[in-house]
Design a protein around this ligand. Sequence first.
Ligand SMILES: Nc1ncnc2c1ncn2[C@@H]1O[C@H](COP(=O)(O)OP(=O)(O)OP(=O)(O)O)[C@@H](O)[C@H]1O
Ligand SMILES: [Mg+2]
Length: 320
Amino acid sequence: MIRVEGLTKFYGSVPAIEDISFRVERGEILGFLGPNGAGKSTTMRILTGFMPPTSGSAWVADMNVAERPLEVKRSIGYMPESNPLYLDMTVTAYLGYMVSLKGVAGAARRDAVARVVGSCGLESVASRLIGHLSKGYRQRVGLAQSLVSDPPVLILDEPTSGLDPAQIIEIRNLIRSLKGSRTIILSTHILPEVSLVCDRVVVIHQGRVAFEGALDSLATSVKEDDVLRVSAIGSAEALQGRLSAVPGVRQVRRTGASNGEVHFEVRAERGREVRPALAAAVPAASGQLTELRRERLTLEDLFVRIVSGERKHEGEAAHV
Ligand SMILES: Nc1ncnc2c1ncn2[C@@H]1O[C@H](COP(=O)(O)OP(=O)(O)OP(=O)(O)O)[C@@H](O)[C@H]1O
Ligand SMILES: [Mg+2]
């Protein structure tokens, strides 16, 4: 449904994005992640036809963005990062104006406005001037504006930024309810949001794709040892010896001891199941197991690992 190939954009002589490629299938919600300045908004502006790339191409619904900009704009709902609104219009007048720009008129126009006023929780402010609304409500108007023409593709640049926690959940549920019927690219810095809403993610870092794939595969793309915590009652030396001898274990470190219990940090080959053998190693050292668990990297941990590495060379991006 969306295809991006080799997009590069220079602002003057400085590259904002370089050779960005990815795809989004019909009905999918893609999380678009990356640190500040990574190039997310730049990519989204190009995809929506608001700015030409320096090189590379993008297709939305099989239409080349550069060749058919008007048709592409008509099939996209776009919520830009800056959320530009007409502050001296009322909410309903503004939404009506936005939908009329996409060629919807008459009763269909009124129905379309009523629908998004309801789904974005704007009933109580529908007749107020946008300039008099709080930031969160303006954000909702921006989202409503992107949805009002019922487009098949949504490009949302940080749609939940500036919302209070209850509003974030509402907007997130709204986006989730669109899953399957729309194709959505969503940029955000709220990582739990990504795991709740998105099917796949693209992480960009310093203008290049650093990761593309399902969220589950984000964990396996990080090439680090697994870390396990083992606690047992018994002789520290005997336990350490037996634990170290388990196949797949690379390192066993004593992290503390209390009341006869010894605590170990075990580093093992990534993805290898060593827990049964670790559990068996304890009685073999005449010890008693009190705790055994694998430490999981959180989404934040994974993200920081991906974007804190050295800038990747071309072709080295972790495609999964
Ligand atoms: N109009 C512009 N003129 C010059 N440089 C720009 C312009 N817009 C963006 N840049 C630069 O391009 C790079 C990418 O910016 P972009 O806004 O795409 O990042 P982003 O990933 O959306 O970041 P954020 O998370 O802060 O929104 C940055 O280095 C930024 O300074
Ligand atoms: Mg941005």
